[in-house]
Ligand binder design. Sequence first.
Ligand code: SF4
Ligand code: SF4
Length: 376
Amino acid sequence: MQTPPPDMTDVNPTAAATEPDSAHPQADTASAAVAPPPAKKKPVRRKGDRAQVLRRAVQLAFLALNVWIGVQFYLFVRFFETGGASTWATRPAGVEGWLPIAGLMNLKALLLTGSMPELYPAGLVLFLAFLAISIVFRKAFCSWLCPVGTLSEALWKAGRRLLGRSFLLPRWLDLPLRGLKYLLLAFFLKTVFVDMPLFAVQAFFQNPYGLTLDLRMLDFFRHMGGTAAAVVGALAVASLLVPNFWCRYACPYGAFMGLAGWLSPLRIRRDPDPCIDCGKCAKVCPSRLPVDVKLNVLSPECTGCLECVSACPVQGALDLAAPVRRRVPAWVVAAGVAGLFLAFVGVAKLTGHWDGALPAEAWWDLVRTSAGAAHP
Ligand code: SF4
Ligand code: SF4
C-alpha cells in the first residue's frame, strides 16, 4: 500500500510557481522581470515545544501498564501451576490486548450477532479503542501507545547514539518490504472474514486451545524456542540499525491502524508562506515522509508522532491540523489518546463487558490440559 497520489490540495504552490514554463520561455522571463516573487515574511522562531516530552510520558505510562499486566498475569498462571503455593493475583483482562487475532475474530462475531462475546471481551474492547484512536488521531496508536512501537523507537534511537547514525534501506528494497505488512494484514482479514464461518469462530474459542490463548502468548515469551529466539534477536538487531524496522515492514496491526488513520480529519499541514524550506521536518521523520515538499501529509505511514513539528524551527510553518486549518496542539493528542483509551475501558467495565465469562477455577484444569491441546 503506497502513499496516496497527491491531490490538488497537496501541491506546493511555491514549487509550482518556480517551475519553468518550457513552452513560453520568453513569457517566463518577462513575467519574472515584471513581477518578482513576493518576499516571504520574516520567520518567527518556534517557541519551546513539549510535544515529544508529552509523547514520551504517554508511551512510558502505557509501557508500565503493560509490564504490570504481564507480571500480574504471570503470577495468576503460576498460582495454578504451583497448585496454589505461589502468590495469588487476579487475571488482568488487559492481557487480551496482546491477542489481536482473537480481537479480530470477536469483531466478526460482534458484527454478525450484534452481541459482545463472552470470551476475550476485553481484547475486542481494546481493539475497538485503538481503532477509534487511529481514526481520530491518525496512526497515533503506534507512536503514542503501542509498547512494541515504544521499544522499537528506543532501539533505533539507542542504535543511532551508539553508531552515530541510522541506516535506511534503498528505495528498491524499502518499497516492496513495506508492502509485506499489508500482505500479512490481507491474509488475516481473509482468513477471519472470508474463510471462517461464524460457527467456526465460536467453536475456536470453546476448546482448550482457544480458551488459553493468553497462556500460549505467555509461554511464547517465557519458553521461547531456538528459532523464535533467533527471529526475535534478528528483529532486535535490525531495529537497532533501521528506524522502526518491525513497524515499518512487518506489523499487520500497524498496517490496519494506518489504513484506519486515512479516515482521520487530522493531518500534518505545512504552510509554504512561513516555511523556509530547511528540510528539517523530512530529515527527522521516522517514516521517511517528504514532509518538506507536501502541503498535507496523507500517507497511512504517518503515525502522528509530531517529530516533524517539533523539529520545525518556524512558528506556524508546520502543525498537526484539523479541517479549516485549525492547529491541534500536542496536549490535545495526548489527552485525546489517553481519554479515548480510558473511555472504552471504563464503559466496558461499567457495562460488564470487560471480564470474560471463564471463571478462575476453570484454570485448575486448563493449565494441565492446555499443554497438549492442538490448534483446532
Ligand atoms: S510526518 Fe511527522 S507526524 Fe507523520 S510520521 Fe513523519 S514525523 Fe511523524
Ligand atoms: S522544518 Fe519543514 S516546514 Fe519547517 S521550515 Fe523547515 S522545511 Fe519548512
